[in-house]
Design a protein around this ligand. Structure first.
Ligand code: GUN
Ligand code: ZN
Length: 492
């Protein structure tokens, strides 16, 4: 469906820069955006500082924490959430579904909590969805999804005024249920689409499964649906999640980790005790060396660590946005994938969905950088191979496919560049064939190029091909059909 609240400004694969209009707050939030989680009872970093010092236009808090406490409830109803928290940006509220997942039961219905969220001045509210954990029996996932879907339909009927409403997408670890949930949510008149119950996947470093879950939800949701990844707050995985098409993130990690003296980086989490140097230039890291920070007393140290954690988290969002603008988001994802083997699984799962990414990708951007064997599985390579199947040559022609120069002994001579494989010379200046590739190519790159040769040969059975390569390994040459003549230019 078409939405007036979300506009996509720029795109790179499934990743995008967008603008989410939040009418009740009178603000427009640029996405990808990070929503710091504010626990109203704890406030590790004062919300009033979030906008000016950290650039946060939107935060998230739990309406159930207000609903369940007589004192906070009356304050919030009387003064409104923005005054109580001291924040003049947009405020998203959660519903108590988190408590439902943690403690099994809550005593509030969707109409009650949505009306309460409206009454305390929330800008984006949330129904009581059921966060079905990973790996449950399919029957349970289906049944709980039905309940969540009923509640979304109930939410459509609640008078929420200008407040936007989240439509969480559940379905456990069943990609087809996630897709069904996405399609159903998209057909409601609700506004923002959080992919729910992924926290257990993140906690267990199951980034491959996380990607499959998001890919399922995205297949069901329309392209113009703003997607929130509920509870995903570690900056290490933002680039991956943005490349899968997530637009909003919320982070409690910055505060929760700080409580345990843990220091976030885009390459993982460090314990303050293990650090001799801070690899960061935020105001906290500029002021303190690790040994100095260890000497700061309890609550003050926790606050300083939380501030650093928020700074790196926002910095990563800016890094991602700039990569997206420049058209090299996948290069950033590939770099981040080096942080941890589980991130590599996430990136490999993403390239498993190359066809889904490829449908959305713009055909032209900066330069394709080949950075590792995973680059050979990128959507651009998949697209080039599909394109080769549509390139028919004249029957009876003799065609040279070469990593070297052209030759007059053939009717045509095409260039060959790993990982893409063959292409007509006139495409040399067009994306992605202007790729920067290493001189010392790896086996994955050669194999992908050989697959390209094989696909071209398959669709042109009456053309005589000669492949002139520079030292391709056996594992690649084995993929080239027998009827292609093969010459090693290095062996001349
Ligand atoms: N916070 C983290 N995960 C979830 C979820 O699945 N649903 C809701 N409402 N909040 C969450
Ligand atoms: Zn820092």
């Amino acid at each position: 469906m078409t939405r007036e609240t979300f506009e996509i400004r720029d795109q790179d694969g499934l990743g995008r820069i967008g603008e989410l209009s939040v009418p009740r707050a009178g603000v427009t939030v640029e996405t990808p955006a990070l929503l710091p989680v504010i626990n109203p009872h704890v406030r590790t970093v004062e919300p009033s500082r979030l906008r000016s010092e950290f650039g946060a236009d939107i935060l998230i808090t739990n309406s159930y924490s207000f609903y369940g406490s007589d004192e906070y409830r009356d304050d919030a109803l009387e003064d409104g959430l923005h005054d109580v928290l001291g924040f003049d940006g947009a405020i998203m509220t959660d519903s108590g579904s988190f408590q439902l997942a943690e403690y099994g039961e809550i005593d509030v219905t969707t109409p009650e909590i949505l009306a309460f969220q409206r009454d305390i001045g929330s800008d984006i509210g949330t129904p009581v969805d059921i966060p079905t954990p990973p790996d449950v029996a399919r029957e349970r996932a289906e049944e709980e999804l039905r309940t969540t879907q009923e509640r979304l339909e109930v939410a459509e009927g609640v008078d929420v005024g200008e407040m936007l409403v989240n439509a969480p997408v559940q379905g456990s670890t069943y990609p087809d249920l996630r897709e069904r949930a996405g399609r159903h949510a998209d057909a409601t008149d609700l506004d923002v689409f959080p992919v729910g119950a992924v926290v257990p996947l993140m906690n267990d470093y199951r980034y491959g499964d996380m990607v499959d879950v998001v890919a399922g939800a995205k297949r069901g949701l329309g392209r113009d649906a703003p997607v929130h990844l509920f509870g995903a707050g570690h900056p290490m995985m933002f680039a991956l999640a943005v490349a899968m098409g997530c637009d909003l993130f919320d982070s409690a990690a910055y505060a929760l980790y700080a409580r345990d003296d843990r220091y976030l980086t885009v390459r993982g989490t460090e314990h303050l005790d293990d650090l001799d140097y801070f690899p960061c230039s935020c105001p906290v890291c500029a002021d303190y060396a690790p040994a100095e920070l260890r000497n700061v007393g309890g609550r003050a140290r926790e606050e300083l660590l939380a501030e650093h954690n928020l700074h790196v988290t926002f910095e990563e969002i800016r890094t991602i946005k700039q990569a997206l603008r420049a058209g090299n988001l996948l290069e950033l994802v590939e770099t981040r994938a080096r942080a941890h083997p589980a991130m590599l699984d996430g990136y490999r799962a993403l390239t498993d969905h190359a066809d889904q990414l490829e449908r959305e990708d713009s055909v032209s951007k900066g330069a394709f950088f080949y950075l590792s064997g995973e680059s050979a599985r990128r959507p651009e390579v998949v697209r080039h191979h599909e394109r080769l199947e549509r390139l028919s040559l004249d029957p009876g022609e003799r065609v040279l496919l070469t990593e070297g120069g052209p030759s007059d002994n053939f009717d045509a001579s095409w260039r060959v560049v790993p990982p893409f494989g063959p292409f007509p010379r006139h495409l040399s200046e067009s994306y992605p064939l202007t790729a920067e590739v290493p001189d010392r190519m790896d086996a994955e790159g050669y194999r992908a190029a050989a697959e390209g040769v094989a696909r071209l040969a398959d669709v042109n059975p009456d053309v005589a091909f000669t492949l002139a390569h520079r030292g391709w390994p056996e594992s690649a040459l084995n993929l080239v059909p027998e009827r292609v003549d093969v010459v090693d230019l290095n062996g001349e």
